[in-house]
Write a protein that binds this ligand. Structure first.
Ligand SMILES: [Fe+2]
Length: 216
């Protein structure tokens, strides 16, 4: 019999009962200090995903890509943490509405993550289009205002150039994989078709920036 995934609140309450409070910057389990810097983000990932899950491999790949981008363009550690955590809404403990960007941002907010981080997770990879398909766009924008600045585009670039198993791929290969995974007419493939031109523009713009040294 299939059981439905627990709500983030239930799952997080259950986790707290076992591991103690999981407030941002405080110990999450045992005596290990835990915060949402890149190392803490990876620790949370490995706690929420099964070791052989594709989402774990993809998330680690996107995080590594972001480490490279952050170094090359002189961007903050926040980008790297957001990259590791961007798909956390797919984890069983976080899944609720089905819009993984919203579920992930809510899960992180419940863990005490700052708005700068939850905003990036909530809006990565043109989230508002799929949110509109699901009737969740108003809620998404109300709970998590879209971040200004370039980090959102950089995060989206990392996501769109990393395969489902975490390898570096071209944006063409990434779209091919997505359309293979979700059949025509599926809500996700329909949303991706709508945002494809915009995502391709973001990827091209970031690639051009990476070809030049950063302005100091
Ligand atoms: Fe992703």
């Amino acid at each position: 019999m299939q059981t439905s995934a627990p709500s983030p609140t239930t799952a997080l309450t259950a986790r707290r009962a076992v591991h103690g409070p999981a407030i941002y910057g405080e110990p999450m389990h045992g005596t290990t200090p835990w915060k949402l810097d890149p190392a803490g983000a990876q620790a949370l990932l490995t706690e929420l995903f099964e070791p052989d899950a594709d989402r774990l491999a993809h998330s680690i790949g996107v995080g590594r890509r972001a480490e490279h981008v952050a170094r090359a363009l002189g961007r903050p550690e926040l980008l790297v943490s957001a990259a590791y955590l961007h798909d956390i809404g797919y984890a069983a403990a976080a899944r609720d509405t089905g819009l993984h960007q919203l579920d992930g941002a809510r899960c992180l907010r419940a863990l005490g993550a700052p708005a700068a981080l939850t905003g990036l997770v909530a809006h990565h990879t043109a989230a508002t289009v799929e949110a509109a398909e699901r009737g969740l766009d108003t809620i998404l924008r109300r709970e998590f205002p879209e971040p200004s600045g370039d980090l959102l585009d950089l995060l989206t670039y990392c996501d769109m150039t990393t395969s489902a198993r975490g390898e570096v791929v071209t944006v063409d290969e990434r779209f091919d994989h997505i359309y293979d995974r979700y059949p025509p007419g599926h809500l996700v493939s329909r949303s991706m078709q709508r945002v494809e031109p915009g995502l391709r523009r973001i990827v091209s713009a970031v690639e051009r920036r990476l070809e030049r040294p950063p302005l100091r």
